[in-house]
Design a protein around this ligand. Structure first.
Ligand SMILES: Nc1nc2c(ncn2[C@@H]2O[C@H](COP(=O)(O)OP(=O)(O)OP(=O)(O)O)[C@@H](O)[C@H]2O)c(=O)[nH]1
Length: 303
């Protein structure tokens, strides 16, 4: 039996570089809604891909751009947080835009901030939009600006080169046990999506009242014979007092949140959903959250 491998890979690049498209190609279509949520929740999202005996856990970071407002700074910090935790970083550069000022500033930040020894692969994306000569020149220019571990020419949209990149990542992640058992991977994205939908509805409903130490986990997911899905989730809060806020007067807040989340999930899944929400106090939430954060199972806002 071959040895198992597992590691974290951060996809970085300017906004619109194609990170979500690439992630979806490597992980599967199911995460697309999660990455769409990045824009609204500013959460760090991960998807998981298996390649042979390797488990690749992707960190899809919010777009890296020059910080202007305070919020932007928080987003950029969150993006770099993801990159610094990773075993391997993949920088996506758009073939038709080339070495832009934005890419230059990312390269500078990589030199300054990335822990020594973290390998960075270059993926020149959207190669379907340019001629071969342009590509070679661009690859040389970029490799002169940074010492990349490897250069890939890909089209995330059309799928060119994506398998090569995935196989390389699989070989590069450290040897070691998988972070997730194989049978959990299949529905993990769906569980994450479902938890994120409820989290979003809570945010919309509670605004600034929202206890910031709050997390939603999908405990159980049952696909029923009649085609519907039963989803059980737990909303964890850190204090007894927070429980009252989330429940609301006579439970009206949690009921409204559950209804809104159920409607969105029903629409997304295209079949009836029975959603059951329970609010629980978990005082040691903070310590645990670090663990969950590491595993990519948590969706708190970045600021
Ligand atoms: N022609 C072409 N278009 C692509 C390719 N990959 C991605 N795109 C398009 O580029 C646009 C941006 O792609 P996304 O995957 O959303 O980019 P992103 O990096 O996740 O963007 P942010 O979430 O804003 O950071 C979309 O319209 C994609 O369809 C490609 O290989 N070729």
């Amino acid at each position: 039996m071959t040895e198992t491998r597992a590691g974290f890979v951060a996809l970085i690049g300017e906004p619109n570089a194609g990170k979500s498209t690439l992630l979806n190609r490597m992980v599967g279509a199911k995460v697309s809604i999660v990455t769409h949520k990045v824009q609204t929740t500013r959460a760090r999202i991960r998807g998981i891909a298996m390649e042979g005996q390797a488990q690749i856990v992707f960190v899809d970071t919010p777009g890296l751009f020059r910080p202007r407002r305070r919020l932007d700074r928080a987003m950029v910090a969150a993006a770099w947080g993801g990159a610094a935790d990773a075993d391997i970083v993949v920088l996506l550069v758009e073939a038709h835009r080339g070495l832009t000022e934005g890419v230059r500033s990312i390269l500078d930040t990589l030199k300054d901030r990335l822990p020594k020894g973290t390998r960075v692969a270059l993926a020149i994306n959207k190669i379907d939009r340019v001629k071969a000569e342009t590509l070679l020149a661009l690859s040389q220019e970029l490799n002169a600006a940074y010492e990349f571990a490897k250069t890939f020419m890909i089209s995330a949209e059309k799928g060119y080169g994506v398998q090569d990149l995935k196989e390389w990542l699989a070989a590069e992640v450290p040897a070691g046990p998988w972070f997730y058992p194989e049978d959990q991977i299949a529905d993990l994205p769906m569980r994450m999506i479902a938890a994120e939908v409820t989290r979003e509805k809570l945010t919309l409903r509670l605004h600034e009242e929202l206890p910031y130490q709050l997390t939603v986990e999908t405990e159980r997911w049952e696909d029923r014979k009649d085609g519907s899905a039963r989803i059980d989730q737990i909303v964890y809060v850190a204090r007894e007092g927070h429980k009252g806020i989330v429940l609301g007067n006579r439970g009206e807040t949690i009921k409204a949140v559950g209804k809104a989340a159920r409607e969105e999930l029903t629409e997304f899944l295209g079949r009836p959903v029975h959603l059951f929400l329970t609010v629980k106090v978990r005082p040691n939430w903070l310590e645990e959250s670090e663990r969950y954060n590491e595993m990519g199972l948590d969706f708190r806002d970045g600021d």
